[in-house]
Design a protein around this ligand. Structure first.
Ligand code: ADP
Length: 318
């Protein structure tokens, strides 16, 4: 009778199970029966539908073609600096593309400072926030909405509603790429973002230090689990060149990120040197890609940007 249940198959005693298989109209041969998988498959399909109902539906951000998230396992490895210079690098490589920057790091938003932007976004007649623009890049950040984010004791629900606001209530216009500066780590906020919007790919930033690499691996694994393509890894601060004698020192190690990329089977998108120019220009709100566009540091970011575009092409063409 339906639902039909498989019974154990005993070699040589096929007659033991006399229930007729409703799909093949013949005596079922237990676990060896070719129809066995059918009820099981139906059960699994049902379970999948059930689970899908419980998950938030991914809804694209209006006007945005592709979302690139920049993530890191740990704070302080240069994620925000990379996000900003990646966005500027995408535009520097191809002035026809339109790029936006979303600061989803609600705990410590650094985009206002890095992009030299201040003020409250205006509202459109549809009650959407208009991003603030500098260097040709529209930006949105929690830092524009509250005076000082640091004293806020964030609770889970508040974070989610802040993220929801940043994801859904911004008038981006038309963008080829929206670069999202993710909060560091692999917690609920990161998961919620990946489940709410379709993401074209993730860029993971790490220093070559063992402790940072462990967290970077965790980050890559999280994205894989939620089916976000990992575009590749960026190795930051791997080499310091003495400005006087030009001797090169690998302060945090030389090739840790490259090795991790090999282990994970993902691409190495680029290597950004540890350079005073990057730190100073960032602090001044004049990112290196715009303030010293021909410097080797800016070139390194532009190389990352073109590797990202290549990987996006590859993953969209299968
Ligand atoms: P995260 O977003 O991972 O917390 P940030 O991008 O804010 O990290 O960078 C942390 C600090 O390191 C900042 O002061 C930034 O200017 C500096 N920094 C990042 N990358 C480099 C680099 N390649 N060379 C020099 N300083 C860097």
């Amino acid at each position: 009778s339906w639902p039909w249940r498989p019974v154990p198959y005993h070699t040589g005693t096929q007659t033991e199970n006399t229930a007729a298989c409703p799909l093949l109209s013949q005596h079922c041969r237990g676990t060896a029966c070719p129809c066995l998988c059918v009820p099981e498959r139906e059960r699994l399909d049902k379970q999948k539908q059930h689970m899908a109902r419980g998950l938030p539906k991914q809804k694209p951000i209006a006007g945005v073609e592709q979302v690139i998230v920049v993530a890191s396992g740990k704070g302080g490895v240069g994620k925000s600096t990379t996000a900003v210079n990646l966005a500027l690098g995408l535009m520097a490589n191809d002035p026809h593309v339109t790029v936006g920057l979303l600061d989803a790091d609600v705990y410590g938003p650094s985009i206002p400072k890095l992009m030299n932007l201040k003020g409250n976004p205006e509202l459109t007649d549809k009650n959407l926030m208009r991003p603030l623009v500098n260097f040709g890049i529209p930006c949105m950040s929690m830092g524009f909405l509250v005076e000082d984010v640091a004293p806020i004791v964030w609770r889970g629900l508040m974070v989610m509603s802040a993220i929801e606001k940043l994801l859904r209530q911004v008038d981006w216009g038309l963008l080829d790429y929206l670069v999202v500066d993710m909060p560091p780590g692999t917690g609920d906020v990161q998961l919620s973002i990946t489940q709410n919007i379709p993401i074209a790919g993730a860029v993971i930033v790490s220093t070559p230090q063992d402790i940072a690499l462990l967290d970077a691996r965790r980050g890559a694994e999280m994205f894989r689990k939620v089916n976000v393509p990992v575009l590749g890894l960026v190795q930051n601060m791997s080499v310091f060149q003495c400005p006087n004698c030009h001797h090169q020192t690998h302060i945090f190690g030389a090739d840790g990120v490259r090795e991790l990329a090999r282990n994970l089977g993902v691409e190495m998108l680029g290597d950004i040197p540890l350079h005073l120019n990057i730190r100073e220009t960032s602090d001044q709100g004049q990112p290196v890609v715009v303030s010293s566009p021909d410097s080797p540091e800016a070139e390194a970011y532009k190389k990352v940007a073109s590797a990202v575009v290549q990987r996006l092409h590859k993953s969209s063409s299968g």
